[in-house]
Design a protein around this ligand. Structure first.
Ligand code: HEC
Ligand code: HEC
Length: 270
């Protein structure tokens, strides 16, 4: 699945990350500093107007290809059960509306923290009797994006409860811990420096409401965990595996912090 896209190649990651990092210059007035009252601004508000327009136009948003693919997979029987997602869940526009906005979530039967990708794979293995999809594979991205699309415009609504509190605390600690050779925490960029320029990007508040997102640098759709791996790499810290407990906890913290921000999947990002 590839799309010919015009993109600017200026501002590629430089090797002197530290030097670039300290050359930050204010361009956009920073918005609210925390999720106390107002929801955080979406990453979309830091894009150029033309990218914002492309994102909101279904005819030109390249991520819509994955939404169509996801709609197709939804209807297609698979696995030993011979069932499709639709066999059990019917019309996704009804059954999946608002679902993505409530993830990640602790699965009651096992106490495991599931993001949407893991929840889909749980249905693959336990309901369809099919093989789980590989993380970051096209079918999993397509189904995840398709389900998230059914929550378009719905506010993220993820609660902390007794079952999820320990995961949340782990994610929160990771967000505020200094990491990597650059010794920077997520918060130093996504709270203190939001609105500032870094290597051609405007740093946002680090909200996951647009994922899976089409990133121009990737030339494809990618998951939130792929984006987190880029950030870990950016500060020369350890990159955890896709679907790792570390990124799942971080994803939960980010979602709680992004309470009220509307879902925008598939977002376009530089
Ligand atoms: C045989 C029936 C069956 C099939 C086939 C099936 N599911 Fe499910 N699905 C369920 C049931 C039952 C639940 C609630 C399960 C539970 O609590 O364990 C569920 C839950 C879910 C949820 C979580 C909903 C929520 O509100 O948290 C998602 C997302 C989901 N399924 C997606 C899919 C996708 C995508 C497919 C196809 C790849 C699929 N399912 C195939 C029966 C099915
Ligand atoms: C050196 C600064 C820096 C650090 C540290 C950093 N990031 Fe990022 N992050 C960026 C930049 C630059 C982008 C791309 C522009 C944007 O959307 O903010 C980005 C993007 C993101 C996005 C995607 C936002 C969107 O709307 O597409 C998320 C989520 C995110 N970061 C989370 C994190 C987390 C969690 C950590 C800590 C593990 C972290 N970042 C560490 C600079 C940083």
């Amino acid at each position: 699945m590839s799309v010919a896209m015009k993109q600017t190649v200026s501002g590629r990651a430089s090797h002197s990350a530290l030097a670039a990092f300290f050359c930050v210059a204010a361009v956009v007035a920073a918005g609210p500093a925390s999720a106390g009252g107002e929801p955080l601004p979406s990453g979309t508000s830091f894009l150029t107007q033309s990218l914002q327009a492309q994102q909101s136009d279904e005819a030109t948003n390249p991520g819509m290809l994955w939404i169509s693919e996801g709609a197709l997979i939804w209807q297609t029987p698979d696995g030993a059960s011979g069932a499709s997602c639709a066999t059990c869940h019917g019309d996704a526009g009804t059954s999946m509306k608002g679902v993505a906005a409530s993830y990640p979530k602790v699965y009651g039967k096992t106490g495991e923290l599931l993001n949407l990708e893991k929840r889909i794979n749980l249905c693959r293995t336990s309901q369809q009797n099919a093989e789980p999809y590989a993380y970051e594979s096209d079918p999993l991205l397509a189904l995840t994006a398709f389900i998230a699309r059914q929550s378009l415009g719905q506010p993220i609504n993820v609660q902390i409860d007794d079952a999820s509190r320990a995961f949340y605390e782990r994610g929160k600690a990771m967000f505020y811990r200094r990491q990597g050779q650059l010794n920077l925490s997520c918060a130093q960029c996504h709270e203190a420096l939001a609105g500032k320029q870094l290597r051609g990007d405007t740093i946002s508040y680090g909200v996951g409401n647009g994922y899976p997102a089409y990133r121009l640098e990737w030339q494809t759709l990618g998951s939130l965990h792929r984006r987190l791996r880029s950030c870990s790499y950016g500060v020369r810290a350890r990159r955890f595996e896709f679907g790792s407990p570390e990124y799942l906890s971080l994803e939960l913290f980010l979602a709680v912090r992004a309470q009220g921000v509307p879902v925008e999947t598939p977002a376009i990002r530089r």
